[in-house]
Every structure is written in structure tokens, then in C-alpha cells.
Design a protein around this ligand. Structure first.
Ligand code: ARG
Length: 456
């Protein structure tokens, strides 16, 4: 059935029909559409808009249709205009004229946004579960690396020593914020639009609260025009997913750097690497690269959603049909990215030695030489100068700061004693950075318990 009323002459132009049709995209809402219709018809029967036996026959028909789709006894008809007309057509085919009564006291305008909310509510929960698994793997990896010293960078230049656990826990914290944004989304989105009808409610004595309870919404959308034209929840979820995607992208970028030969801090498992068609030695971090670029796609989807809504007058306009393809794509994309990143991190090999060598070769304990002198009452300006001089000497002699002789130290300042080696020992330096949020072992363990508690 095409939704052509007596008003319209003839059929829709062929290409116009293709443009108009959304079934290829919105068919995935079919179960939500059936569920929302069952709720609606149950209410219609309850308040007496339909007779109880009519309502029951429609509900039975809807359940039957659902089973037939699940059991693949029936296929989605791609010639239908959209998922709502598909469901209605099939119902009428099955139970006859009575099926036409299902659409009393509602419109596709409140119907479609109700379906989409049901779908996104469930998918946001699925994303949350995948996100928790990902954070869980970051915690495990961190637990095993609270003493794995690595260079911390600013400007991608070795800056001060941290631990691999400390570095990973930064990503765990981002994940926690992503979780709370997903919860926030759900809370605000969980208001029922159905009952808004086309835009101005209805003259029928509907009971929206009953439908709300039936479908598990926390509240009603209180204005019927807002109910049918609001897509804030799509924009919000696009934003939440984009931020999460950006976090995964930044971690991907680090994995790409860390696994490159000059670094070799980590080895990405073969399960997540590909080879080159001509260069036999190559092992490429393709999954990390793809996750990095999927973030661009998510941001593109988010943009599309925002731009689609921004100039629309109230209430419904067909533009809003275009809300689905991009949010569905974002949901699919973030789910696969999370899954792959979780597996990739779980199987990651950490090359502790390489990290330590990079610390030493990066002279990242130079600040601590200066601090040592300050403790021996040298002014920081002078101490900084002396430390810089020592770094220069070490570079010239192709040595690390630990390898310079005490004589060399003493030549720069008579304040240096044997204990300088203890003072610039990387383990000591990291251990002393025990301010809240810092990289010391105890402090990172506290961060791990904090996150573990939050994701319970
Ligand atoms: N397929 C449409 C959508 O996704 C359903 C709503 C159609 N409503 C209308 N007034 N044409 O938005």
C-alpha cells in the first residue's frame, strides 16, 4: 500500500518514489514499530476507542507478524514506503479491514520518533556494555603495568617519566566520562512522544500514561508539537558517540606511534595487523588506523544530524526522515570500533625494555638533576643551566645521564655527590610523583580501584 489518499491523482513519479522511500534504512525499526503499535492498540482497547476484541485481534496479528519476520517466513517488502506502512500493510493482509483501525489516534509523526527512541535506548545500552568491557581491559592492562616506566610526552617530545598504567588510566577516565554521557542521554531521551499525533494531539480520549508505562518510558513529552519535531536525542547521541570515537581515535594514534619501529613500545597482535602486498617485512596497524579514521565518519554523521535540524520550522517535515541513516551508521560504527579496540588492547604486548631505554635516551630525568641542586640551595635558574649543560655533555658522549661519571657531575658543580644517581633513578622519580592523579604505583592503583568501582 502506498499512502496515496483520494486527494492525490495517480502514482508517484518513479524517481520521486525512490527518493521518498526509507524502508531500506528504517527496516531495522520493525520490531520497535510492532512493539509500539501493540502498546498503542492495547491502550485503544483499554479506553474504549477500539472494542476489546478488536484490539486483541490486532495485537494477535502484530505478534504473528513479528514471529513471521523472526522465523524468516516473511521478508521486509522493499517496495513499501517505510517500515510503518510495511507493518500496516502486512497486518491488513493478515487480519483484513480491521487492521486499518490500528492507526486511530496516532500519526506516523509521533510513531516514527517513538520507534527511534526505543531503538536508540536499547542500542545506547549495548554501547554502554561494550564500553565497560573496553574499560575493563584497560584496567587489566594497567594493573600489570604499574611499574612499567615509559616517557610521558608533551609536543610528542619526551617530557617526564610516567608508567604505562598511568598513561592507560587516562583513557579509562575518558571512558568513564563517556559512560556518564551515555547515561545522561538515556535519562533525557526517555520521554514518550506517542500521543503527540500529527502535531496537535487528538480529540480521542487516549491514555498516554498507560502507553508510557507499557513501553518503559520515564515520562511524557509534554508538548505535542515538540514531541513530533524534537530530535535533540539524536543530536545528543551523535555527540556522545563522536566524543567516544575521538577517544578511541587518539588511543589508536598512540598505538600507531608506539608500534612503529623507532618506538617499538608495544607489539600489536597479528590478529589486528595486516601485511603488505609487496614489502615482506611489513606489519601494519590497520585496525588502529581504521578506528582513527572512523572518528571522522562519526563527526560527519553528527554534522549531518545537526545541519538537518537547524533550520526546520515546527512541527514535522520530511527532512526528519533523514535522521536515521547517519545515527544508525554511528551506532554500528562505534560498536565495531569498541569491539576491535578491546580485543586489540587485550592482546597487546608491552615491550618494557624499549620504554625504559626511551626514557634514558630522552634525558627525561634532567628536571630531577636541577631539583637535586635546588635542594642543595642552588637557585633554580642556575640549577637549570647546570642540568642543561650535563644533558649536552651526555649527548656529546652518547651516554645517558645515569652513565655520566661523578667526576663529570662534579666538574659542573661541587654540590654533586654519589647520591645524584639515586636522585635521577627513574623508579625513584616516578615513585615520588605521588600527588593525587600522579603516576606513582600506589596512586595509579588508587585510580584503578576508583574506575573499577564506577563501572561495577
Ligand atoms: N518515514 C517517515 C520518517 O521517517 C515517517 C513519518 C512520515 N510522516 C509524514 N508526515 N510524511 O520520518
Amino acid at each position: 500500500m502506498k499512502l496515496r489518499t483520494g486527494m492525490l491523482d495517480g502514482a508517484l513519479d518513479k524517481e520521486a518514489e525512490n527518493l521518498n522511500s526509507s524502508i531500506k534504512v528504517d527496516q531495522r525499526l520493525v520490531y520497535d514499530d510492532i512493539q509500539a503499535s501493540i502498546a498503542h492498540v492495547t491502550m485503544l482497547g483499554h479506553v474504549g476507542i477500539l472494542r476489546e476484541n478488536e484490539a486483541q485481534a490486532i495485537i494477535d496479528g502484530l505478534i504473528n507478524l513479528k514471529d513471521k519476520i523472526i522465523n524468516k517466513e516473511i521478508e521486509i517488502d522493499l517496495k513499501a514506503e517505510d517500515v510503518h506502512s510495511f507493518v500496516e500493510n502486512e497486518l491488513i493482509k493478515d487480519i483484513g479491514q480491521l487492521g486499518k483501525k490500528m492507526h486511530t489516534a496516532r500519526s506516523r509523526n509521533d510513531q516514527v520518533t517513538t520507534d527511534l527512541k526505543l531503538y536508540l535506548r536499547r542500542e545506547s545500552q549495548n554501547i554502554k556494555e561494550l564500553l565497560k568491557e573496553y574499560i575493563g581491559v584497560l584496567l587489566e592492562l594497567s594493573e600489570n603495568n604499574t611499574e612499567t616506566i615509559m616517557p610521558g610526552y608533551t609536543h610528542l617530545q619526551a617530557a617526564q617519566p610516567v608508567t604505562f598504567a598511568h598513561h592507560l588510566m587516562a583513557y579509562a577516565m575518558m571512558g568513564l566520562r563517556d559512560l556518564s554521557r551515555l547515561e545522561d542521554f538515556r535519562q533525557r531521551a526517555n520521554e514518550l512522544p506517542l500521543g503527540g499525533c500529527a502535531l496537535a494531539g487528538t480529540t480521542y480520549p487516549i491514555d498516554r500514561d498507560m502507553v508510557k508505562e507499557y513501553l518503559g518510558f520515564d515520562g511524557l513529552m509534554e508538548n505535542s508539537m515538540d514531541a513530533v519535531s524534537d530530535r535533540d536525542y539524536v543530536l545528543e547521541l551523535q555527540g556522545v558517540i563522536s566524543i567516544l570515537g575521538v577517544h578511541l581515535s587518539r588511543l589508536s594514534e598512540e598505538l600507531i606511534i608506539w608500534s612503529s619501529q623507532p618506538y617499538s613500545f608495544v607489539t600489536i597482535d597479528d590478529m589486528y595487523s595486516t601485511g603488505s602486498s609487496i614489502m615482506p617485512q611489513k606489519k601494519n596497524p590497520d585496525m588502529a588506523e581504521l578506528i582513527r579514521s572512523k572518528a571522522a565518519r562519526l563527526i560527519g554523521n553528527m554534522n549531518q544530524s545537526f545541519v538537518m535540524v537547524k533550520g526546520l520550522p515546527l512541527a514535522y517535515a520530511k527532512d526528519l526522515q533523514e535522521d536515521k541513516e547517519s545515527i544508525f551508521d554511528s551506532v554500528d560504527t562505534i560498536k565495531i570500533c569498541l569491539q576491535v579496540m578491546t580485543g586489540q588492547m587485550k592482546s597487546l604486548k608491552v615491550n618494557k625494555k624499549k620504554m625504559l631505554i626511551a626514557c634514558k635516551e630522552g634525558y627525561i630525568n634532567a628536571t630531577d638533576i636541577a631539583d637535586y641542586l635546588v635542594n642543595k640551595s642552588i637557585a633554580f635558574r642556575d640549577a637549570h643551566h647546570i642540568a642543561a649543560k650535563l644533558v649536552k655533555i651526555a649527548m656529546e658522549e652518547e651516554k645517558t645521564l645515569e652513565e655520566l661519571s661523578l667526576d663529570t657531575y662534579k666538574k659542573q658543580s661541587d654540590k654533586f655527590e654519589e647520591d645524584i644517581y639515586q636522585a635521577i633513578d627513574l623508579k625513584t622519580i616516578v615513585g615520588k610523583r605521588n600527588s593525587k592523579g600522579g603516576p606513582s604505583k600506589e596512586e595509579v592503583k588508587r585510580q584503578i580501584s576508583y574506575v573499577r568501582e564506577k563501572i561495577k
